[in-house]
Design a protein around this ligand. Structure first.
Ligand SMILES: Cc1cc2nc3c(=O)[nH]c(=O)nc-3n(C[C@H](O)[C@H](O)[C@H](O)COP(=O)(O)OP(=O)(O)OC[C@H]3O[C@@H](n4cnc5c(N)ncnc54)[C@H](O)[C@@H]3O)c2cc1C
Length: 361
């Protein structure tokens, strides 16, 4: 999906078009509104958001099973955020939204299955995988997240940002080695054994980004591993409106199952998975460009953030990292670029911005 910001400066009032009201577009409006207020220019700028769907949220999207609102809605896209997702955490507080804790019944089980055999109970992965490898995974994930968190530091940003290319981001937060290597190669080279990578990590990259650990660059692989967290009661889209696998459906005694597939799953394929078509009560198919392909890459081959004067492309960031939070980060960066490019006192806005963390990360 593309989200772009266009500017026209033919009139005294500046007109800004934001195309798409997903995480990126919605947070771009939010930040722009805030910064212009801070700088005392809000009344000189008209912002119009164009959204082709009838709802805000983009890939943070919900459905009601059986299209019936008596059933609790289910996330079909972005399901979880993590505590290090500082924009989201802040927005949730600010908009008075409530986290939805998953209700897991006593029979809840989570297994890693390779199509023939149950490999491991995911609640006890140490029974199959080498403890040293699991510890290495945790350390590598924490280190990369730590690098990423520099982007929230005011002083770091005043010195290095805003970023006009994805390559500049990569360099500033020092993630080039992870970008140039596949998740597989990076983890094995850093002491994680192959079985842990091929089974455990691969299940996470396939579940999160529909791609194998050998196909994804290591930054995205690490994001897939860092991806445990929670969601918002009533739908993650609510974050952007204001700015599971298996769930029991009440009152029907049925299981709701989400299947992710790069290919179309017709009724006969679904019937094969669950034994018979008669075992399926309702099917909802959502076809979309779910995730960017993110192979190991040279940092110069990302799409441009600022392809032309007055034109900004937030999703350039997505094949580096694709999450709701990182789209908010990318939108914040673009609003800073806009302020600079159009002669506003960007430094004053950045200094006054209350979103930075000033402690050393
Ligand atoms: C199945 C799935 C699971 C995911 N799980 C997670 C997760 O658990 N946690 C997480 O953080 N991220 C997750 N993600 C990734 C996350 O959803 C995206 O990175 C993020 O939502 C992208 O936001 P965006 O605003 O850039 O794009 P989008 O959300 O795609 O928004 C783009 C918007 O633009 C609109 N649009 C497009 N073209 C036009 C046009 N021509 N005119 C007007 N409007 C237009 C679209 O309708 C849409 O609303 C998941 C994604 C998928 C698909």
């Amino acid at each position: 999906m593309t989200v772009t910001i266009l500017f026209s400066f033919l009139s005294i009032v500046r007109h800004i078009a934001i195309i798409g009201a997903g995480a990126a577009g919605s947070s771009a409006v939010f930040f722009l509104h805030k910064q212009l207020l801070t700088l005392g220019h809000r009344d000189k700028v008209e912002i119009t958001v164009y959204e082709k769907e009838s709802k805000v949220g983009g890939r943070a999207a919900l459905i009601h099973p059986y299209n019936d609102s008596k059933y609790d809605p289910v996330e079909i896209g972005a399901s979880i955020y993590a505590s290090v997702n500082l924009h989201l955490v802040r927005a949730i507080e600010q908009f008075g939204l409530s986290p939805a804790y998953r209700i897991i019944d006593d029979n809840h089980v989570s297994y890693l299955y390779d199509g023939k055999t149950i490999l491991v109970d995911m609640d006890d992965v140490t029974s199959r995988y080498n403890l040293l490898s699991l510890t290495r995974l945790k350390m590598l994930t924490e280190t990369s997240v730590h690098h990423f968190l520099r982007l929230y530091q005011r002083n770091f940003q005043l010195l290095n940002g805003p970023f006009r290319t994805v390559a500049a981001y990569v360099k500033a937060i020092d993630l080039k080695p992870q970008l140039n290597e596949s998740g597989f190669r990076f983890l094995v080279n850093n002491g994680v054994d192959e079985m842990t990578v091929n089974e455990f990590v691969d299940s996470l990259t396939q579940g999160t980004y529909g791609q194998q650990v050998t196909q994804l660059h290591a930054v995205m692989t690490i994001i897939a591993m860092a991806g445990s967290g929670q969601s918002i009661k009533g739908g993650n889209y609510k974050i952007f409106e204001s700015m599971h696998f298996s769930t029991l459906l009440y009152p029907r005694n049925e299981r709701l199952v989400k299947l992710f597939s790069p290919n179309y799953l017709d009724d006969s394929k679904l019937a094969k998975i669950v034994g018979s078509r008669a075992n399926i009560g309702w099917i909802y198919r959502k076809m979309w460009y779910a995730y960017p392909r993110a192979p190991p890459r040279n940092d110069t081959v990302f799409p441009p953030i600022n392809p032309d004067k007055g034109l900004y492309y937030v999703n350039a960031f997505e094949s580096f990292i694709s999450t709701m939070e990182t789209q908010c980060v990318a939108a914040h960066n673009i609003i800073r670029l806009f302020l600079i490019d159009f002669g506003y006192d960007e430094k004053a806005a950045t200094l006054a911005d209350d979103y930075w963390i000033d402690t050393a990360v």
